[in-house]
Write a protein that binds this ligand. Structure first.
Ligand SMILES: NC(=O)c1ccc[n+]([C@@H]2O[C@H](COP(=O)([O-])OP(=O)(O)OC[C@H]3O[C@@H](n4cnc5c(N)ncnc54)[C@H](O)[C@@H]3O)[C@@H](O)[C@H]2O)c1
Length: 277
């Protein structure tokens, strides 16, 4: 897809962070948007902002962990705004802690948002997108954690590695079915967003939360959500499957070589490649 004007984008987790920036970017490209989230204050503020820029906007309360809720998003989006050209399965949550400290219930809760949220998006939207036959692109949000495990991140790593596998299989299946639908795995590096708010005891949309996001912008390697969205759109235009907002080629080559050599894993923090743009 190179031309976005007048087409429909659907974004889950659109009320904050990367999802919000993606929605804004879609509208800047002349698209109409269906935006979905559980955070209703952020969602309605964004809807008003995007409508004031001339976009048709459908804003829906959706829990991505609930298949029926995501199916309702798919049905209502198409009914109101036509066939889907861009789908961002973006909603996600972060929890940290040593691998043995999460209860089975906490595991279920995390998997149901970060993994089943993506699966529910695929199941609800792909059949209709294939039937509509218009060129389209699906972006599932993984993470650097889709490729690299880290201490205290067993839950998040498990989810994001699963999303990588699901997304790669989806791309193979769509290609084999002859669908005109590109697929990408978005693997963001550090992006200054409120994703850590609940871990820090901060309220969504509060001054403290906003100040924390601003503070992150000053940290090494962090980029803003807007810059992340800009990089995502460049990759969509270039039809890239792997979207690394922060490439880490040198690190990953060493890490995979160690596996091939049969070395036991030793964690070192990911080093991102020097910025070349
Ligand atoms: N920020 C980063 O550095 C970073 C890095 C790698 C990956 N990611 C991924 O990017 C995606 C977006 O994260 P973000 O940083 O913008 O976080 P964020 O917290 O700013 O935004 C996530 C949004 O998802 C929504 N959400 C959470 N659970 C939901 C549910 N069950 N149903 C519907 N909406 C739900 C939240 O309300 C929130 O508005 C996530 O998948 C995250 O794992 C972020």
């Amino acid at each position: 897809m190179e031309e976005f004007k007048g087409k429909l984008a659907v974004i889950t987790g659109a009320a904050s962070g990367i999802g919000k920036a993606l929605a804004r970017r879609c509208v800047a490209e002349g698209m109409n948007v269906a935006i979905a989230d559980l955070y209703l204050k952020g969602l309605s503020e964004l809807a008003a902002e995007l409508e004031s820029q001339g976009a048709s906007v459908l804003a829906l309360e959706v829990d991505v962990s609930d298949a029926a809720s995501v199916q309702a998003l798919a049905d209502r989006s198409v009914e109101a705004l036509g066939p889907v050209s861009l789908l961002f399965n973006n909603a996600g949550i972060l929890r940290v802690g040593q691998a043995w400290t999460h209860t089975a219930q906490q595991w279920q809760a995390m998997l149901s948002v970060n993994v089943m949220g993506v699966v529910n998006g695929i199941n609800a939207f792909v059949p209709g997108m294939m039937a509509a036959g218009v060129p389209a692109h699906i972006v599932n949000t993984g993470s650097v954690g889709s490729l690299v495990a880290a201490p205290n991140m067993a839950q998040y790593t498990a989810c994001k590695m699963a999303v990588r596998g699901i997304t790669e299989s989806l791309a193979y299946d769509l290609a084999a079915a002859g669908a005109d639908i590109d697929v990408s795995l978005l693997c963001p590096g550090p992006v200054s967003t409120p994703i850590g708010d609940s871990l820090l005891g901060l309220e969504a949309g509060s001054e403290e939360s906003e100040a924390n996001v601003k503070m992150m912008e000053e940290l090494p390697d962090f980029i803003t959500s807007d810059e992340c969205a800009r990089r995502v759109f460049a990759a969509i235009r270039a039809r890239k499957f792997w979207i690394f907002t922060h490439p880490f080629t040198g690190y990953y080559k060493r890490a995979t070589a160690a596996i091939v050599d049969g070395d036991n894993p030793v964690y070192t923090e990911v080093e991102f490649d020097p910025v070349t743009h």
